[in-house]
Ligand binder design. Structure first.
Ligand code: S3P
Length: 180
């Protein structure tokens, strides 16, 4: 595979887009390591993301998320799954280190909520009466930041395998624009 020049891949996108599942498989296929920013933050606090939101507040979570991602993005031969809100802060998806391929995994809000409800991981921002409406509003607010990624892959109707294969194809064909 001609992934020369690309030393790390960062996955961005809304909750339920498949960043963690795809990231894990992609890293496996590339023989790279995989890091999930949420996991790093949870380990630092010694509690789950939902507990951090509850007891420390979202602002403390966001600060730790930014710090963890900046540290992880110094690594090489690594696939990084970021949290859905990470790109909203300045100096994130708009300021990636050289050699980074950024991929936006896009997902329809309804699909996102279905996948999130199906998962064991609590998403505090979607624990509301109208989860689909809330997801739609957040996706709308975030689209332009997700759109700063080098490439977009629409995940609706695709399996984790399909999405991973598509990213490998992008890498192989050098289909990305910048950073790398
Ligand atoms: C969030 C997404 C979550 C997690 C937190 C907040 C968001 O990560 O960071 O619940 O603001 O979209 P995933 O995108 O991995 O679910």
């Amino acid at each position: 595979m001609s992934s020369e020049g690309c030393r790390r891949i960062v996955l961005v996108g809304f909750m339920g887009a498949g960043k963690t599942s795809v990231g894990r498989l992609l890293a496996d296929r590339l023989g790279w390591s995989f890091v999930d920013v949420d996991d790093e933050v949870a380990a630092r606090f010694g509690k789950s993301i939902a507990e951090i939101f509850d007891s420390n507040g979202e602002a403390a979570f966001r600060e730790a998320e930014r710090e963890a991602a900046a540290r992880i993005l110094k690594g090489e031969r690594v696939v990084v799954a970021t949290g859905g809100g990470w790109p909203m802060a300045p100096g994130t998806v708009d300021a990636l280190p050289e050699g980074t391929l950024s991929v936006w995994l896009d997902v329809h809000p309804r699909t996102a909520v279905e996948r999130v409800l199906d998962s064991d991981v609590r998403r505090p921002l979607l624990e509301v009466d109208d989860a689909v409406g809330t997801a739609a509003r957040l996706v709308e607010q975030r689209r332009s930041r997700y759109g700063l990624a080098d490439v977009r892959v629409d995940t609706d109707g695709l399996t984790v395998d399909d999405v991973t294969a598509r990213i490998l194809e992008i890498l192989e064909n050098n289909e990305w624009k910048t950073h790398a």
